[in-house]
Ligand binder design. Structure first.
Ligand SMILES: C[S@@+](CC[C@H](N)C(=O)[O-])C[C@H]1O[C@@H](n2cnc3c(N)ncnc32)[C@H](O)[C@@H]1O
Ligand code: FES
Length: 453
C-alpha cells in the first residue's frame, strides 16, 4: 500500500561541464515549478516528488518518471508542468505528447547511453585524468569566490529590479568589460537571470542578497568574505600549528565584529527556540549567557519563562549590538548585559543555568578547563551548565562540518579546535559537574549538559 497516489522521480543530476545532463537542461526550474503547481492544486498529499540522479536519458532531460504506473516524461520545460499536474495528477490521464510511449526504444536508448557512459569512464580511467568529483571539489572555490565578490560589490542591490551591465558598472564605479563578464558568471550560477541585455535578480538573490530583500543577509555573509582571507593562510597555519593572522578580539575592526555577530545571530535566532525546548526553563530564574553575542539565546530563554532573568557577558562592542536586539524584543527589564573578558574576569555566583554556546571551540583544552572551572563556580547548587558546540565523533573525522570547523579555528585562533564528547565530558567531570549527558540536536551542533550537585 503506497502512502501517496503518485510518486514522481525527477532527475536533477549535475554532470561535468559539456556532458549532457538534466541539471544543465534546466531541471531546477522544472522541479521548482512542479512543486509550486502541485501545492497550488492542493495535491501535496497525493503526489510525492523525489529529485534523483540520472535515469539514463541524459540528452533529453529534464526527465521524470511517474509511479506506480511508470510513465516516462522527457524534454520537460516549466511550461509543460501545469498541463501535467492538471491532466495527469488531477484527472489521471498522462500527457501523451510528452510521454516516451515506445518502451522498446526507451530501453534501447537507456542501454546505449549506459554503454557510452561506461566506455567514457573506462577511457577516462585509462587516460589517468583525475576523477570528475575531485576536480569539481578543487575548483569549487571559483563559484564561492564569485558569490563572495558579488556580495562585497553589492551587485544584487545594484541590479535591483533589472539593469544593463553598463548601469551596474556606473552605479558601482567598476570597469564595464569586467562588470559584464562578472554578471554573466553570476547568471551562470543561477543567482541572476538575463533577458536580452538586462540582468534581473532571481527570487533567491532578491530575498537574501539585496538591500531590498525581505531577509537581507548581506551583513552575515560578509563574515564569509572575511573568512576567505583567513582561509587563504591555511598552508602556513598548518606548517606553524597556529593562526598566522590572529588579532585579539578586542582589536578587530567594527565592520568585522558587526559581520561576525550578524552571522552568529542569523544562526542563533533559528536554533534558540530548539535549545530552550531541549534545556527547559523550569526552576531557571538566573541565566548567565557567557559570550552571549547577539543575545538571541538569552532573549529566547526570557521569552519562554517570564520569571527568568538573563545576563549576557561579552565584550563591550558586542554588547552594543546585543542591546539593540534586547530592546527590539522589549526585554530590557529582564535581559541585561555585563561587559567583561571571559579569560580574565570572574563570572559571579548563584546562577541556575550557565550557557556556553559556540565558545569552547575558540579555546585549547587547557583554556577550556579553566573556563569550565569558573563556570562551575558560577552555577548554584542543583544548577546546570549547558555547552553548545560542534561535537566530533570519537575519531574526529566526522561530521564533516565539525572537522572543517576545526580548521576554521586553526586559521582564526591561537589554539582553538573542535572536540569530541569524551573530551567535553572529561573536562566537565574534572571541574566538578555530575549527571553529564549529551543532547543531540538537528543541525551541526549538539549540547553537553552537567549538573552541580
Ligand atoms: C562564536 S560567538 C557565539 C555567540 C553566541 N553565544 C551564540 O551562540 O550565538 C563567540 C562570542 O564570544 C565572545 N567573546 C570572544 N572572546 C571573548 C572574551 N575574551 N570575553 C568575552 N566574550 C568573548 C564574542 O564577542 C562572541 O560574541
Ligand atoms: S542526467 Fe538526467 S537522465 Fe541522465
Amino acid at each position: 500500500m503506497e502512502p501517496f497516489k503518485y510518486h514522481v522521480f525527477i532527475c536533477n543530476q549535475q554532470k561535468p561541464d559539456g556532458t549532457p545532463c538534466c541539471a544543465a537542461r534546466g531541471a531546477e526550474k522544472v522541479i521548482d515549478t512542479l512543486r509550486r503547481e502541485i501545492a497550488a492544486a492542493g495535491l501535496a498529499d497525493t503526489v510525492q516528488i523525489t529529485a534523483c540522479g540520472s535515469i539514463g536519458l541524459c540528452e533529453r532531460g529534464p526527465n521524470m518518471v511517474v509511479y506506480p504506473e511508470g510513465t516516462w516524461y522527457s524534454d520537460l520545460t516549466p511550461a509543460d508542468i501545469p498541463e501535467i499536474v492538471r491532466q495527469h495528477f488531477k484527472d489521471g490521464r498522462p500527457v501523451v505528447r510528452l510521454v516516451n510511449a515506445d518502451i522498446k526504444a526507451l530501453r534501447a536508448e537507456i542501454d546505449a547511453n549506459r554503454a557510452k557512459y561506461m566506455a567514457a569512464l573506462k577511457m577516462k580511467d585509462e587516460s589517468g585524468t583525475p576523477p570528475d568529483d575531485l576536480t569539481m571539489t578543487i575548483r569549487a572555490f571559483m563559484e564561492s569566490r564569485v558569490i563572495l565578490s558579488a556580495i562585497e560589490l553589492d551587485i544584487f542591490t545594484a541590479v535591483g529590479t533589472g539593469a544593463k551591465s553598463s548601469e551596474v558598472a556606473s552605479k558601482l564605479k567598476t570597469d564595464l568589460r569586467a562588470a559584464e563578464t562578472f554578471l554573466n558568471a553570476v547568471t551562470s550560477l543561477g543567482l541572476l537571470e538575463k533577458q536580452g541585455n538586462i540582468f534581473r535578480n532571481t527570487p533567491v538573490s532578491m530575498r537574501y542578497l539585496s538591500a531590498d530583500g525581505k531577509n537581507d543577509s548581506r551583513m552575515a555573509m560578509m563574515h564569509m568574505v572575511g573568512l576567505w582571507t583567513r582561509w587563504s593562510t591555511m598552508t602556513d597555519c598548518v606548517r606553524k600549528g597556529t593562526s598566522v593572522s590572529y588579532r585579539e578580539v578586542t582589536e578587530r575592526e567594527a565592520e568585522f565584529t558587526q559581520a561576525f555577530i550578524a552571522a552568529m545571530h542569523s544562526n542563533a535566532a533559528m536554533r534558540a527556540p530548539l535549545v530552550v525546548k531541549m534545556v527547559g526553563t523550569e526552576n531557571v530564574h538566573r541565566l548567565l549567557d557567557l559570550g552571549g553575542g547577539s543575545g538571541a539565546y538569552s532573549i529566547a530563554f526570557a521569552q519562554a519563562n517570564p520569571k527568568l532573568k538573563a545576563e549576557i557577558f561579552d565584550l563591550p562592542d558586542v554588547l552594543t549590538i546585543a542591546g539593540g536586539h534586547i530592546a527590539e524584543a522589549g526585554l530590557a527589564d529582564r535581559v541585561t548585559v555585563r561587559p567583561g573578558d571571559m579569560r580574565r574576569d570572574d563570572f559571579g555566583r548563584g546562577y541556575d543555568l550557565v550557557l556556553l554556546s559556540a565558545i569552547c571551540h575558540m579555546y585549547s583544552p587547557e583554556e577550556n578547563m579553566a573556563l569550565l572551572k569558573k563556570a562551575f563556580d558560577a552555577v548554584a547548587e542543583g544548577g546546570r551548565l549547558v555547552v553548545q558546540d560542534f561535537i566530533l565523533d570519537p575519531d574526529k573525522t566526522s561530521p564533516r562540518q565539525a572537522a572543517l570547523f576545526a580548521l576554521n579555528m586553526l586559521v582564526g585562533t591561537p589554539a582553538g579546535g573542535t572536540y569530541n564528547e569524551t573530551e567535553y565530558a572529561g573536562w566537565m567531570r574534572s571541574v566538578g559537574f555530575a549527571d553529564i549527558r549529551r543532547v543531540n540536536l538537528p543541525g551541526p551542533a549538539d549540547l553537553m549538559i552537567g549538573v552541580r550537585r
